[in-house]
Design a protein around this ligand. Structure first.
Ligand code: ADP
Ligand code: ZN
Length: 537
C-alpha cells in the first residue's frame, strides 16, 4: 500500500479517497502547489492533512495551516488529536504562555500540523520562527484554507489574507495548497494572482449539491410565506433563515417564536455569550431555527440542517451558494428557499451605489448582483444556471422548483414596451425622472394629484397599460431591472431632502422597445393577470 493510502486507512479509518482527493494528496505530497475548489463537505481537510503527515514522515518537518476561524481550528485540532496526530493551533484564544508552548513545540519538531490565524502568521515574530524552520528544511507545506478570503471580489474579503503572498516570496519551494468551497472565475483568478499560484495545479470539483432543492419565490408577505414554509414543509427541523439587517433578525425571530417555532436570533451585535449560547443550542438540540445575518454560518458544521431560507436576497451567487450550501451536509434532502422582490433589487443596488468603492469595483459588484437576479428570474432549471455560473455544464436537475413545477410562461414583452415608452414620454414631457409608483399610475391611467400636477394624463401613453395589474407590471419592472433594460437614477427631493430612486432608460431599453428582446415572466404573475385585470378591449 502506498504511504498516502496507509495514512488514509490507519490514521483516518477510511477505505478509499473521495473524488479528486487522491490526485490532490499525491500532487501535494510530491511537492507541488495546488488550488483546490471543492464544495462544502467534499473533504478538503484530508487534502492537506495527509500530505502533512506523509511529508513529516519523510523528514520535511511541520505543515502550517492558515485558517481564519478560531472555532474551526479547535474542531480540527481536536479531531486530529483523536486520530493520534500531533497538531496545535495559535490564535488569539491562547494566552502568552500557551502561545509560547505551542511555538516551542513547533520549533522542536514535535508538531505535524500547526493551525494559525493569518494575522498571527505575518507577524515578524512568527515569520522569524518560520525562517529558522525554513533554513533547516523543516517546513513541510503551507495550506491556505478559505482561500477566497484573499479576494476583494469574494463575499468574505479579509485584508490580512493579502499579506500571505509572503509565503511564496520568502519560502520558495515549500509546497502550497489553497482551498475554497466557493469561487467564480473572477475570484479564482484573484486567488491565483494574489497568492502567486500561477504554477499551481488546479483541482476543480463539481459544485453540484444534488440533495439540495432550490426554490426561489416572489416576495409577497415574506414573514407569512416563511411561517408557512416552516409549518408546512419543515416542522421541527433545523434550519437557518438569513436576513440583511440585525433589526430584521430580531423581529423575525420573535415572530417565528410567536408562531410556535423554536427560533433564535444571531447577529454580530448580540453579546458574545448570547451568540455562543444560540450557536450551541443550534448545534446540540434538534429542530432549532436560527434567524441570522451572514455573520452566522462560516465554520459551523451541522450535518442535518434541513432548510436554508433567504428572506432578503444575498449580494451575489457566491454568497447564495455558500449560505445555501450549509443545508444537507449529511447528504439527505435539504431545501434552499429564497423569497425576492423588487425592493431587494433596489436595496442591493443602493448598497453598491452608496459604498465608497471606486467605479470599476462597483461595476464588478453590479455584474455579480445581476447574475444573481438573472438566477432569481430564471424560468428554467435553477441548478443548471447556478452551476453554469461556476463554469460547469449540466442537464436540467429535476430537483428545483422550475424543474418540478415548470412555470408556464407568459410573454410580457408588450407590457415591457408600454412601460418603457411611458418612462420615455414622461421624461420627455417633464424633463424629470419619476419613481416606479408614479410611472405605474400613468401606465394604468390613474388620475392622482401628481398625475394632474404634471399633466401626465395628457401624454399618449396614459392608461395604455390598463389591462395589466400592478403586480404584473412590478414583475415586468423587476425583470427589466434585473436584465439591465431599465436603470435607476437617484434624485433628491427638493422639499424633503430624501433621496429616492427614479427609473431611467438604458441602451438595453432600446433593444426591448425595438422588439429585439422578449420578456418572459412566470405564470404566477400571469395568473394574477386573469384574476385581477378588467380588460377594456
Ligand atoms: P470540507 O472541508 O470540504 O467541507 P471536510 O474535510 O470537513 O469537508 O470533510 C467532510 C466530511 O467528509 C468529514 O466528516 C470527513 O471526515 C468526511 N470525509 C472526507 N474524506 C473522506 C473519505 N475519503 N472517505 C470518507 N469520508 C470522508
Ligand atoms: Zn432544476
Amino acid at each position: 500500500m502506498s504511504a498516502v493510502h496507509s495514512v488514509l486507512k490507519d490514521t483516518f479509518g477510511y477505505d478509499a479517497f473521495r473524488g479528486p482527493q487522491q490526485a490532490i494528496v499525491e500532487h501535494v505530497t510530491g511537492g507541488g502547489d495546488a488550488l483546490v475548489l471543492m464544495p462544502t463537505g467534499g473533504g478538503k481537510s484530508l487534502c492537506y492533512q495527509i500530505p502533512a503527515i506523509v511529508r513529516q514522515q519523510q523528514g520535511h518537518g511541520v505543515a502550517i495551516v492558515v485558517s481564519p476561524l478560531i472555532a474551526l481550528m479547535h474542531d480540527q485540532v481536536g479531531a486530529l488529536h483523536e486520530a493520534g496526530v500531533k497538531a496545535a493551533f495559535l490564535n488569539s484564544s491562547l494566552d502568552w504562555q500557551q502561545a509560547q508552548d505551542v511555538e516551542w513545540q513547533m520549533q522542536s519538531g514535535q508538531l505535524t500540523l500547526l493551525y494559525v490565524a493569518p494575522e498571527r502568521l505575518v507577524t515578524p515574530r512568527f515569520l522569524g520562527l518560520l525562517d529558522d524552520l525554513f533554513a533547516q528544511g523543516q517546513l513541510a507545506l503551507f495550506a491556505i484554507d478559505e482561500a477566497h478570503c484573499v479576494s476583494q471580489w469574494g463575499h468574505d474579503f479579509r485584508p490580512e489574507y493579502r499579506a500571505l503572498s509572503v509565503l511564496h516570496e520568502r519560502y520558495a519551494g515549500v509546497p502550497r495548497i489553497a482551498l475554497t468551497a466557493t469561487a467564480d472565475d473572477l475570484t479564482r483568478a484573484d486567488i491565483v494572482e494574489r497568492l502567486h499560484l500561477e504554477q499551481a495545479e488546479q483541482f476543480v470539483s463539481s459544485f453540484d449539491r444534488p440533495n439540495i432543492r432550490y426554490t426561489i419565490v416572489e416576495k409577497k408577505d415574506v414573514t407569512n410565506q416563511l411561517v408557512r414554509l416552516i409549518k408546512n414543509d419543515h416542522e421541527g427541523e433545523a434550519g437557518v433563515v438569513y436576513c440583511l439587517s440585525r433589526r430584521r433578525v430580531e423581529e423575525l425571530a420573535q415572530t417565528l417564536q410567536d408562531n410556535g417555532i423554536n427560533a433564535l436570533p444571531y447577529h454580530a451585535g448580540l453579546p458574545s455569550e448570547t451568540r455562543q449560547l444560540h450557536q450551541n443550542r443550534f448545534l446540540r438540540e434538534d429542530g432549532i431555527v436560527v434567524v441570522a445575518t451572514i455573520a452566522f454560518g462560516m465554520g459551523i458544521d451541522k450535518p442535518d440542517v434541513r432548510f436554508v431560507a433567504h428572506v432578503d436576497m444575498p449580494r451575489n451567487i457566491e454568497g447564495y451558494y455558500q449560505e445555501t450550501g450549509r443545508g444537507g451536509r449529511d447528504g439527505l434532502p435539504a431545501h434552499a428557499w429564497m423569497a425576492y422582490g423588487i425592493s431587494d433589487v433596489l436595496n442591493q443596488r443602493r448598497m453598491i451605489d452608496e459604498g465608497n468603492a471606486d467605479e470599476a469595483f462597483k461595476a464588478a459588484l453590479r455584474g455579480k448582483l445581476d447574475a444573481l437576479l438573472t438566477l432569481a428570474e430564471a424560468t428554467d432549471c435553477r441548478r443548471q444556471r447556478l452551476l453554469q455560473y461556476f463554469g460547469e455544464a449540466s442537464q436540467p436537475c429535476g430537483n428545483c422548483d422550475n424543474c418540478l413545477n415548470p412555470p408556464a410562461i407568459w410573454d410580457g414583452t408588450d407590457a415591457a414596451r408600454k412601460l418603457l415608452s411611458t418612462i420615455f414620454r414622461v421624461h420627455e414631457m417633464s424633463q424629470l425622472t419619476f419613481g416606479a409608483g408614479h410611472i405605474m399610475d400613468v401606465l394604468r391611467g390613474k388620475v392622482t394629484d401628481k398625475v394632474t400636477q404634471y399633466l401626465h394624463d395628457k401624454i399618449s401613453t396614459f392608461g395604455i397599460g390598463k389591462e395589466y395589474s400592478e403586480q404584473q407590471l412590478r414583475g415586468v419592472m423587476r425583470q427589466l431591472l434585473a436584465t439591465g433594460a431599465l436603470g435607476l437614477h437617484k434624485v433628491t427631493s427638493e422639499n424633503s431632502g430624501h433621496v429616492f430612486d427614479t427609473l431611467t432608460l438604458t441602451p438595453q431599453s432600446r433593444v426591448v422597445l425595438r422588439g429585439g428582446m422578449q420578456v418572459l415572466l412566470r405564470e404566477s404573475v400571469a395568473a394574477t393577470r386573469t384574476r385581477s385585470s378588467k380588460r377594456t378591449s
